[in-house]
Design a protein around this ligand. Structure first.
Ligand code: SF4
Ligand code: SF4
Length: 178
């Protein structure tokens, strides 16, 4: 994955795709679930996480109590020592998050605690969340970090704009691929 190119394309597409995700809050095309499913399958045929790891480099997962207990045990630490060494508690949500990025468990672009990684990591980039149109904010944030999410939102938007009446400006300078 060429992350420099991804960052460039994501910045160029951000406004258009964010507008689309905002529109989905009030305009839900028929068959949206099926459109998302097909676009998601096509996305994963083009995307290889093992050449990317950008989520681990630029974002933090949230660590649930179960995650902390499991990972700390795996590392022969107490949960308290684990939290003290690597995490902070986010004031607004109370979630436990990584203090630093890239994640301390990322080694040579691979997760060194893969078998016991946080559930949030295992489920990322959360493309299975449903109904899809209620998670616009999540996709809006994640598409700036995750090439798979950028591809998914781009594919869904292209399909919707081509097949439904949609309040969309004429496209200019909109690169199709990452
Ligand atoms: S725990 Fe593993 S999968 Fe999760 S952010 Fe860290 S390196 Fe990535
Ligand atoms: S989930 Fe997204 S950001 Fe993370 S490795 Fe896969 S493509 Fe890259």
């Amino acid at each position: 994955m060429n992350l420099e190119k991804f960052n460039e394309v994501a910045a160029r597409k951000q406004k258009k795709l964010s507008t689309f995700l905002t529109q989905l809050e009030t305009l839900v095309p028929p068959q949206l679930s099926g459109i998302v499913k097909a676009a998601d399958e096509a996305t994963w045929k083009q995307t290889d996480c093992t050449t990317c790891a950008n989520c681990c480099k630029t974002m933090t997962p949230t660590f649930s109590e179960e995650d902390v207990t499991r990972i700390a045990a795996h590392l022969n630490m107490t949960p308290a020592a684990f939290r003290k060494k690597w995490l902070y508690k986010e004031k607004r949500t109370g979630d436990w998050m990584n203090r630093s990025q890239p994640c301390q468990f990322l080694e040579n672009d691979k997760c060194s605690i893969y078998e016991v990684r946080p559930l949030d990591c295992a489920e990322f980039p959360h493309h299975k969340l449903r109904p899809w149109d209620l998670y616009g904010d999540t996709y809006m944030a994640n598409m700036m970090h995750c090439p798979a999410t950028l591809r998914l939102v781009d594919k869904v938007r292209r399909y919707v704009v081509a097949h439904y009446e949609w309040p969309e400006e004429t496209e200019t300078n909109d690169p199709k691929t990452l």
